[in-house]
Design a protein around this ligand. Structure first.
Ligand SMILES: [Fe+2]
Length: 250
C-alpha cells in the first residue's frame, strides 16, 4: 500500500447482495480492475433500503456475501484492494430517530454513506440530515451529491448542507469523460472540490460491463484540473477520515 492509501469510498463490490456485482467471479474481476488503477482500499457499500430490509436481516446477508468473496480471494492470484464493509443507506423519513441505523456505519467507525432521495428535498429532510450529524454524531458522507442537482430546488438546499460538518462524495464518472453537454457539470463539480464543497471520490462501481471500477478516471480529472498536490490532499483527507492516519477533519 502506498504511504497514503488510495480509497474508493463507494462501491457495489460485494457479490449477489444488490444490483452490483452478481457473483464472486465478477467481484474478483472488479477488484483486479481497481487494483490496476492503484486503488488500495474499497469501501463495500451495498444498498440498504429500510423499506425493504431489516437491519437484522441485512447484516448477516452482507456477512455471507463477504465470506463468499473471501473464499474466492483465497484462491485468487495477484494483489487486490483491501475491503472495508459499509452500506449505502437510503434516506427515509424518520432515519434520524431510527435506533438501529447505527449498525450501518463503515467498519466500526461512525461514518455513514447516506443516499438522499430523488425528489425535491423538504426542510424536514434537511433537518433529519442535520440531526444525524449534530444529534446522533454520525460522520455523514453524502453519496454522489451531483445526482440531485437537477431535481426541483435541491441545488439551493446544498448551502444548508454545506453548513454542516459532513463530507460530500462525487462519482468518478461525473467529473471525467462523458457527453459533451456534461462539460459544464464537470467544471461545476471540480470547482466544488476546489472550493471545499466536495471532499471524496467514489467509483460507485456495479459490475465489469456497466458502471465499472473507474476511480482512476476521476483522479486523473482532478489531477489535470487541480494538480497533483490536490490529489495528495484528497488521499490524505480520506485516510484521515477512516482513522488510518492523523485526525479527521473536513
Ligand atoms: Fe451506489
Amino acid at each position: 500500500m502506498a504511504d497514503v492509501p488510495v480509497i474508493d469510498f463507494h462501491s457495489h463490490i460485494l457479490p449477489g447482495i444488490d444490483d452490483g456485482s452478481k457473483d464472486v467471479e465478477t467481484s474478483l474481476r472488479m477488484l483486479d480492475m481497481a487494483a490496476s488503477q492503484g486503488v488500495d482500499l474499497m469501501i463495500a457499500t451495498p444498498h440498504f433500503y429500510a423499506s425493504r430490509h431489516r437491519v437484522e436481516e441485512f447484516l448477516p446477508r452482507r456477512e455471507a456475501s463477504w465470506n463468499r468473496l473471501k473464499e474466492g480471494l483465497a484462491h485468487h492470484e495477484g494483489k487486490v484492494p483491501d475491503i472495508l464493509l459499509g452500506a449505502e443507506v437510503a434516506f427515509f423519513r424518520g432515519i434520524s430517530q431510527a435506533d438501529k441505523i447505527g449498525a450501518m456505519t463503515v467498519g466500526d467507525s461512525d461514518i455513514m454513506l447516506l443516499e438522499m432521495h430523488f425528489e425535491p428535498w423538504t426542510d424536514r429532510d434537511i433537518k433529519e440530515v442535520r440531526d444525524l450529524v449534530l444529534d446522533r454524531h454520525f460522520t455523514i458522507i453524502l453519496a454522489h451529491l451531483e445526482r440531485y442537482m437537477d431535481i426541483g430546488q435541491n441545488r439551493r438546499r446544498y448551502a444548508d448542507l454545506f453548513d454542516l460538518p459532513l463530507y460530500v462524495q462525487i462519482n468518478a464518472e461525473s467529473i471525467s469523460g462523458g457527453k459533451l453537454r456534461d462539460w459544464r457539470r464537470r467544471k461545476t463539480l471540480i470547482n466544488m472540490f476546489k472550493d471545499g464543497q466536495a471532499h471524496l471520490l467514489g467509483s460507485d462501481c456495479h459490475g465489469i460491463h456497466h458502471r465499472l471500477p473507474n476511480l482512476i478516471a476521476g483522479r486523473n480529472a482532478l489531477k489535470e484540473k487541480l494538480g497533483e498536490a490536490y490529489l495528495k490532499k484528497l488521499d490524505e483527507r480520506g485516510s484521515n477520515l477512516l482513522g488510518l492516519k492523523g485526525d479527521t477533519h473536513v
